[in-house]
Design a protein around this ligand. Structure first.
Ligand code: MN
Length: 243
């Protein structure tokens, strides 16, 4: 199995190193990741300048690895162009959950979605943060177990996997939580007294049962199968023509 590994936290993220290590137990791995953090870039591509890549042997002694001056989606497009015929694209492990409506902003999930646009399977992986550092050495066994369950499936093409900070070991299929949007704009002043704004997300309380957000709050590892088709078919089913 040939696997492309990328992320949105950048080539030096310990989450990327963990994922590359786990992935290498399933097959031949090529790492192609942004040279700087690209979190919350969503599915952006670099269309107004050329991009390039350099080898990055520092973190990945035994794994072929490259850093790219582009977005997560660029890394996937470039990786598939250069190295071809991957069986799978893995993105993560993101330092921070990608639950519910985070899917719209997430560079991690967008890299996996870019793979699906190129007719490859894509899996995004993220871990919830707490006040302590993520213990990737501890998480690694859970990542391996979770991927073992889905890596050989033919469908679905796109999976969004979220690990709680301290998993209880159970892995469940979930739906995307969509009832609440946790994005906030916080107004403040800079040291010169001028207005400035933080675009941020903060946790919300209510979770829909069976959703990704609910599962991770219970300590479960959440796997959400996702589609690229955003069409509202329930609306279309009831409409015939626009007069
Ligand atoms: Mn990130």
């Amino acid at each position: 199995m040939k696997i492309l590994v990328t992320n949105d936290d950048g080539i030096y993220s310990p989450g990327l190193a963990c994922l590359a290590r786990v992935a290498s137990s399933f097959g031949k791995v090529v790492v192609m990741a942004p040279d700087v953090e690209q979190s919350s870039m969503g599915h952006a591509i670099t269309a107004n300048r050329p991009i390039s890549y350099k080898t990055s042997p520092i973190v990945f002694q035994d794994i072929e690895a490259y850093r790219v001056n582009g977005t997560p989606a660029d890394c996937v497009a470039m990786g598939i162009h250069l190295f071809k015929d991957f069986d799978l694209v893995l993105s993560g492990i993101n330092m921070g959950a990608n639950l519910g409506n985070s899917a719209w902003h997430s560079g991690t999930l967008s890299a996996a979605r870019q793979a699906v646009l190129f007719n490859q399977r894509g899996i995004a992986l993220s871990v919830s943060l707490s006040s302590k550092e993520v213990d990737f050495a501890h998480l690694e066994a859970y990542v391996h177990k979770t991927l073992s369950n889905v890596i050989h499936l033919e469908k679905p093409d796109l999976l969004n996997i979220n690990f709680p900070f301290a998993p209880d070991g159970e892995i469940i299929w979930t739906k995307q939580a969509v009832l609440h949007y946790d994005g906030k704009v916080i107004a403040s002043k800079d040291p010169m007294g001028r207005n400035h704004y933080w675009f941020t997300v903060s946790p919300i309380e209510a979770e829909e049962k069976g959703s990704d957000r609910w599962a991770v709050k219970q300590g479960k590892i959440s796997i959400t199968p996702m589609l690229l088709d955003l069409t509202d078919n329930r609306f279309l089913d009831n409409e015939e023509r626009i007069h």
